[in-house]
Design a protein around this ligand. Structure first.
Ligand code: BES
Ligand code: ZN
Ligand code: ZN
Length: 461
């Protein structure tokens, strides 16, 4: 983004010759926004946006330009870049850096010849009047957290059991500074978390329930904000087995868990002065052993009864136990995030998450603001009590599925039953995992929710 009106002077200052400047100007006066010049293997890439506005759209364009740049470098097998910021705008420079770093992610763990497959780019030097080294450090922490979340999502089900997921969460806490307590099967049994236990019946792997705490003494809030993340490490559907194609991507059914862990990693690393708890109930969902079956009636953690009508609607059973457990904190606000329904995916595709809840408009407005800023967009769905009618069971307090329609909302209403505090539910079934590359979000686990929740919490008070 060359300071408007000062292009010639600026380019001269950076050593471009007059013919080069004329060439660049000609390119930029057309539709072109990026021009690459090869100086005997030393590439110079000039990116120029004419738009003077600094709204969220321009920031997203810059993230994409960052990703395009790093992708080009990897194709050319380049290892280092220096970024000279001439934008005169801190947010724009930061967006470019963020897109560059996020776009350089790749999941290499299971390639035996990593030297061949890994990205070559290893370093980005930043020269900017408007990005301090402290701010660059914040971007690095945020991107680290997104990388960690993506790693967890990309980890296959045979590697990432519930216990392994809990172990990874503990490690992230040790690095960043939050505290983790992991409840095992015995403790989950003693707490009568019948939702988690029912889903876990088909598995030989024990379930876990992780409690992540970030409570700095300088916290500005007394009542905590509680985050809850769905941690289904693989969702086969259980006895209501998913058909072939729909099993694909189900290793990502713990993307909500990855998002809250990533968010906590940022809050603790940056010592954000907010008291936050995160809960991660985790298990796989399988049709083996004495797996739960349709019509089973289960007793949930809060004592209510649920008739299981579909074993593939397992996420809400795990989350329900975590949501009623959250009551003990008398939270200011609870936000859960989950790859919960195909219905949310069908409604908005992978371009947005679906959000709903009974929390006041001021919370939603803040969430919306963060979502636009970090470009993890949300679409608010209705949350009328009419939808709850669809969950009436003949034999128990509720059944775990509604009718054929509005599946994302009936799932949300099911969860609301287990709350007694202001509540927001975020369904990331669409954007949590991608089967095709989408700019810096990449392919596979995206880490959706990490930047959204972290920005939201940092701007709450
Ligand atoms: N994990 C799935 C939801 C999902 C679908 C996530 C597609 C990502 C992509 C969830 O556990 C599920 O299977 N939900 C069912 C609920 C239904 C049985 C009421 C669904 O959405 O089909
Ligand atoms: Zn399912
Ligand atoms: Zn699921």
């Amino acid at each position: 983004y060359l300071l408007p009106g000062k292009e010639t002077a600026v380019l001269k200052m950076y050593g471009f010759s007059v013919p080069e400047i004329n060439y660049l100007k000609k390119q930029f006066s057309g539709k072109k926004e990026t021009v690459k010049i090869n100086r005997l293997g030393l590439w110079q890439i000039i990116i120029s946006f004419k738009s003077g506005s600094k709204g969220p759209d321009v920031l997203e364009k810059l993230r994409k330009a960052g990703c395009d740049t790093v992708s080009f470098m990897n194709r050319e097998k380049i290892d280092r870049a220096g970024f000279t910021d001439l934008s005169g705008c801190s947010d724009m420079a930061k967006a470019f850096i963020e897109g560059f770093v996020l776009g350089n992610y790749s999941f290499q763990k299971y390639f035996t010849d990593k030297e061949k497959t890994k990205n070559t780019v290893a370093e980005l030097g930043v020269l900017s009047e408007y990005v301090s080294s402290g701010e660059a450090g914040i971007i690095k922490t945020v991107c680290d957290a997104v990388y960690k979340a993506r790693d967890l999502v990309n980890e296959p089900g045979n590697m990432l059991t519930a216990q392994k997921l809990a172990g990874e969460i503990v490690e992230m806490g040790k690095t960043s500074g939050y505290h983790t307590e992991v409840f095992g099967k015995k403790k989950i049994e003693s707490m009568k978390m019948g939702g988690i236990l029912a889903v876990n019946k088909g598995s030989i792997q024990p379930p876990t329930f992780s409690v992540l705490t970030w409570k700095p003494e300088y916290a500005v809030n007394r009542k905590p904000v509680v985050l809850v993340g769905k941690g289904v490490v693989f969702d086969t559907g259980g006895i209501n087995l998913k058909p072939g194609k729909s099993l694909e991507g189900m290793k990502a059914d713990m993307a909500g868990a990855a998002a809250v862990a990533g968010c906590m990693y940022i809050l603790a690393s940056l010592k954000v002065p907010v008291y936050v708890i995160a809960l991660v109930p985790a298990t796989d969902n399988r049709p083996a052993q004495d797996a739960y079956v349709p019509h089973d009636v289960i007793f949930m953690h809060d004592g209510s009864t649920v008739e299981v009508m579909n074993t593939d609607a397992e996420g809400r059973l795990l989350l329900a136990d975590a949501l009623s457990y959250a009551k003990k904190y008398k939270p200011e606000l609870v936000v859960d995030i989950a790859t919960l329904t195909g219905s949310a995916h069908a409604a908005v595709g992978h371009f947005a998450a679906v959000a709903m809840g009974n929390a006041s408009g001021k919370w939603f407005a803040k969430l919306k603001k963060s979502s636009e800023k970090v470009h993890e967009r949300i679409v608010e769905f209705p949350f009328w009590d009419d939808y709850k009618e669809l969950l009436k069971s003949d034999v128990a307090d509720m059944k775990n599925v509604g009718g054929a329609h509005a599946g994302a909302i009936t799932a949300g209403k099911f969860l609301e039953h287990f709350t007694d505090y202001p509540y927001i539910h975020i369904d990331i079934a669409g954007p949590g995992y991608l089967t095709k590359t989408d700019s810096y979000r990449g392919k596979g686990g995206t880490g959706t929710g990490v930047r959204l929740l972290a920005d939201f919490i940092m701007n709450l008070y």
